[in-house]
Design a protein around this ligand. Structure first.
Ligand code: ATP
Ligand code: MG
Length: 256
């Protein structure tokens, strides 16, 4: 589904990603792991188009998207859930989802937020039903009309996931979705991610430091260290590799 070939990114004197090759198959939950500053977010930024690579190629569903802008990649099915919450905080959960739906509906923004002003109340009702379906999926059915800013952290992350789903994506990019979550929120988010793959057939690329989550979720992982791939494969096997233990797990343990 996604082929990354010889991808590199340089920021001035910093070589953030070096000659990276990654091959992600449909319906995989693919983990990108490694210590702080390893180049994980930079790689996601190059996949969603918010950064262009210095060299290399990105092929999505057999199309070369290397130089396409984020909005055209989103239109082709790549959606990003950001590390920091990016929500329209004074809009309700439902309105936030409707904004995501806007990307692949034929309604204008004005019609979504002021359905009475123009045309089709019927279209708005359909959109409302779709939004509720997504909100229930991310366990926010009861909070549809609460302002995004008033939702607890875990709910805001779930809403971010809902917005990405609403765009009709088939590949979801998640940058540290579990950061700042308590144990219960973590379990719920992990379950949601698995269900997105199992029931909605999404392919998921996830950057995560939580090793339990990586082992519990991912089918395949790539380990980055100083921008280079140092290991790849089944997560159970990869976390036993001495170079991975040294680069990643050692650093994680130091941080605890
Ligand atoms: N916009 C930028 N300008 C300059 N340097 C950058 C920029 N973005 C990232 N870098 C540098 O590139 C390297 C890789 O950063 P990146 O954010 O991709 O790491 P990461 O693996 O996501 O780390 P973390 O686990 O801390 O989120 C780091 O040295 C970082 O300081
Ligand atoms: Mg990062």
């Amino acid at each position: 589904m996604l082929k990354i070939k010889n991808l590199s990114k340089r920021f001035g004197g910093i070589q953030a990603v070096t000659e990276l090759d990654i091959d992600i198959k449909e319906r995989q939950i693919f983990g990108l792991i490694g210590p702080n500053g390893a180049g994980k977010s930079t790689t996601l930024n190059m996949i969603d188009g918010s950064l262009f690579p210095t060299t290399g190629t990105i092929i999505f569903k057999e199309e070369n998207i290397t130089h396409q802008r984020p909005c055209s990649r989103a239109g082709k099915g790549i959606a990003r859930v950001f590390q920091k919450d990016v929500l329209f905080s004074s809009f309700s959960a439902r309105e936030n989802i409707k904004l995501g739906l806007h990307l692949h509906s034929n309604l204008g923004l004005k019609e979504i937020f002021f359905p009475w002003s123009a045309i089709s109340k019927k279209k708005d009702r359909i959109l409302d039903e779709k939004a509720m379906e997504i909100l229930k999926f991310v366990r926010l059915g009861e909070k549809a009309d609460e302002m995004a800013i008033n939702l607890p952290h875990g709910n805001q992350r779930a809403l971010g996931l809902g917005i990405a789903m609403a765009t009709g994506c088939d590949m979801l990019l998640l940058d540290e979705p579990l950061t700042g979550m308590n144990a219960q929120e973590t379990d719920q988010m992990m379950e949601m991610i698995t269900t997105l793959r199992d029931e909605k057939n999404l392919t998921i690329v996830i950057v995560e430091h939580n090793i339990k989550a990586v082992l519990g979720l991912c089918d395949q992982v790539v380990v980055l260290d100083f921008g280079k791939k140092i290991a790849q494969g089944d997560p159970d096997m990869v976390v036993e590799m001495p170079n991975v233990i040294e680069a990643w797990l050692g650093a994680e343990q130091d941080a605890v």
